[in-house]
Design a protein around this ligand. Structure first.
Ligand code: CUK
Ligand code: CUA
Length: 640
């Protein structure tokens, strides 16, 4: 049976060689799958995957956790969007996490996760991810797989060149895609040029507890800052940002925005700026932004509105910023594991441009400039060029590295991943993607020590790859084995939302940090009820507070009376379990919120405002024991 299956794969694989691989082709294909492909992604029941992949949810605003090579989905971590499954943004504890200077914003567009690093290697402590729409950076703690901090990024819009970390996680860096008036004000749009600014924001990360804080904002010329990457190794201390629309056109009909033959990669010496601000440099500017922190001991978030931010004018810090001319609207900005090569993927360019960090330093040293833009020196293209990959494909977007001297670049238009060699710039392999690939990810490919082995391509269009599901079909990820000279397609799997980027790490690093239980004795929640002796119902004017416990298989109290129509009823519910993986849920009829899914040792709160007189049931939503169905109760609502 199994043999026949494999044979079918192989036949389809041969057929595939003769069909078109671009997205216009309507022929269905299984790709060039061999029987060994199936074996390579097979993780036997009960076995664990070798890697975690943290995949951005795009317009779902979340972060999903997959295993590689199996492609199995383990969890969707709520970040920027409300999530009824986990009560994220619905319960009283987590609502403050979604506060912004624009009010409660329970949605965002998440693009780029990045894992914290120590000495340029992934350490598995945190994942950072950006919210693109209402600019925010979130931090997910990988001991609990929970979002524990969200900081809004002021003076920004379309927080796209984010959230990449420096090699000791000194900073998580955010860059604005849209330049905007800074500070925001009422002004004619057509006066954009010369007036709008592009903020590049350096958010410090405290070494002990990971606390984020905006250290400074660099106010750059009004270009669009698309993507970024930290220097590493020799280039540690620098950060690189691609730009487009260096014409500063206020209307980005393509014809306007792509006049310039070359845009720039902005090279920012953040160590120099850090020194400048540590010595009192920079200007405090009034700016409102929210800083939201979830405390592990109180299981409660607090939101603070900050009022000002330290800004830096790049022209006031000599030697801090340079522009590297880079052909045709570069998108991805990727630094190789050694820190020497900076790859700029010009979306409209036929070639890939690779800059040399060493040559950049030499040009700066010799003060060889090719003019300036708003007081920022422009380096000579030829002086900083390390090499060019000639005509490797159409529509290059992003590049990752395997740590063996190879780079892998995605091509959106020709729909493929192309493998090429650093230093010789020769193309050594190419494999089609189904279809129109955006980002790709090699576990650790964004660090000094990539794990190699696999590349995950994230495709924008799937068309015929899966069973049809109405007008929209799922976005897709494809896994390739890159352990050999040639890449081998192993697997397709559907994704949650639209993944833009992903971050992968060896599972062992995360596993050993993973927390199993919240200790009940360490529960410092304001409304915790840690013993059945303390359960009670308290009235305070129109507010009723129910201090409730849950344990297999009952609620205490499970009969509640004394509530009236028009009351605001707070269910403060504590899960008394101290066993791994025994959450309980609670929900009540008609509540204008989600259920609560409460982990052992934790307390959560939801609010119910009963509108109708009656006796109403509540029950546990998580199948927790043989008597799960008996885990229920009644609440009596009397007339006002
Ligand atoms: S990305 Cu955000 S538009 Cu190429 Cu990083 Cu998809
Ligand atoms: Cu508790 Cu089901």
């Amino acid at each position: 049976m199994k043999k026949i299956h494999y044979l079918l794969f192989t036949l389809a694989g041969v057929a595939m060689l003769f069909t078109s691989c671009n997205q216009q082709g309507n022929k269905s294909s299984n790709g060039a799958l061999s029987s060994s492909a199936a074996e390579k992604v097979y993780v036997a029941p009960g076995e664990h995957d070798e890697y975690y992949a943290f995949v951005s949810g795009g317009f779902s605003g979340q972060l999903s956790v997959y295993g590689l090579p199996s492609g199995r989905l383990f969890k969707v971590i709520p970040v920027f969007s409300q999530d009824a499954e986990k009560a994220w943004g619905y319960n009283e504890e987590t609502k403050p996490m979604l506060n912004t200077s624009h009010g409660f914003v329970p949605w965002d567009d998440s693009h780029h996760p990045d894992i914290s690093q120590t000495n340029g290697e992934l350490d598995g402590r945190y994942v950072f991810i950006n919210g693109n729409n209402t600019p925010r950076i979130a931090k997910i703690d990988l001991s609990t797989f929970e979002t524990t901090e969200i900081i809004e990024v002021p003076n920004s819009a379309g927080n796209h060149s984010s959230s990449f970390v420096t090699e000791n996680t000194e900073y998580v860096v955010a860059g604005t895609r849209f330049s905007v008036p800074v500070p925001q004000r009422d002004m004619p749009i057509k006066e954009y040029k010369g007036n709008f600014k592009g903020a590049l924001t350096f958010i410090s990360v405290a070494p002990e507890d990971g606390g984020m804080d905006i250290k400074f904002q660099l106010l750059m010329p009004g270009f669009d800052y698309d993507l970024s990457h930290p220097g590493r190794g020799a280039s540690h201390g620098w950060f690189f940002f691609t730009t487009y629309n260096t014409e500063e056109s206020h209307t980005l009909m393509e014809v306007n925005a792509s006049q310039n033959d070359k845009d720039f990669i902005a090279a920012v010496n953040w160590k120099k700026i850090e020194e400048y601000v540590n010595n009192g440099g920079g200007t405090m500017m009034p700016s409102n932004y929210a800083h939201n922190v979830y405390d592990e001991h109180t299981h409660t978030a607090t939101s603070t509105m900050k009022k000002e931010v330290l800004t830096v004018d790049p022209t006031k810090v000599p030697g801090a910023v340079y522009f590297l001319p880079t052909p045709k609207s570069p998108h991805g900005c990727d630094v190789d594991p050694s820190g020497e090569y900076i790859v700029g993927n010009g979306k409209l360019s036929a070639d890939l441009t690779v800059h040399s960090f060493t040559k950049m330093l030499a040009a700066i040293e010799n003060e060889k400039f090719d003019g300036e833009a708003y007081g920022i020196p422009i380096l000579n293209f030829e002086d900083v060029l390390a090499g060019t990959v000639s005509q490797p494909g159409l529509g290059p977007l992003h590049t990752e590295f395997d740590g063996q001297g190879n780079a892998y670049t995605t091509f959106f238009i020709s729909s493929e991943v192309v493998k090429w060699k650093l230093g010789t710039w020769e193309v050594v392999d190419r494999q089609p993607c189904y279809y129109s690939v955006g980002h790709l990810m090699i576990p650790g490919g964004n660090s000094r020590k990539p794990f190699g082995k696999y590349v995950l391509a994230m495709n924008k269009i799937t068309k015929d790859r899966y069973l049809p599901t109405g007008p929209e079909v799922t976005q897709s990820a494809q896994l390739y084995d890159i352990s050999g000279e040639k890449m081998e397609l192993l697997l397709d799997f559907p994704t949650v939302g639209e993944p833009h980027y992903a971050a992968g790490i060896a599972a062992d690093i995360v596993k050993q940090r993973s927390k199993k239980i919240f200790s009940l004795t360490d529960n410092k929640h304001k409304y915790a009820t840690t013993s059945d002796a303390d359960v009670r119902v308290e009235r305070n004017g129109k507010e009723v507070h129910i201090y409730m416990t849950m344990i297999r298989s009952h609620f205490n109290p499970d009969n509640i009376e004394g509530v009236k129509v028009g009351d605001k009823v707070y269910f403060h519910v504590t899960n008394l379990e101290q066993d791994y993986d025994v959450p309980h849920g609670v929900s009540v009829i008609g509540a204008n919120t989600s259920e609560l899914l409460i982990m052992p040792g934790q307390t959560e709160t939801f609010v119910w405002e009963p509108k109708q007189v009656g006796v109403w049931p509540f029950y546990c939503t998580d199948f927790c024991s043989a008597l799960h169905q008996e885990m229920q109760g009644y609440i009596r609502v009397s007339p006002a």
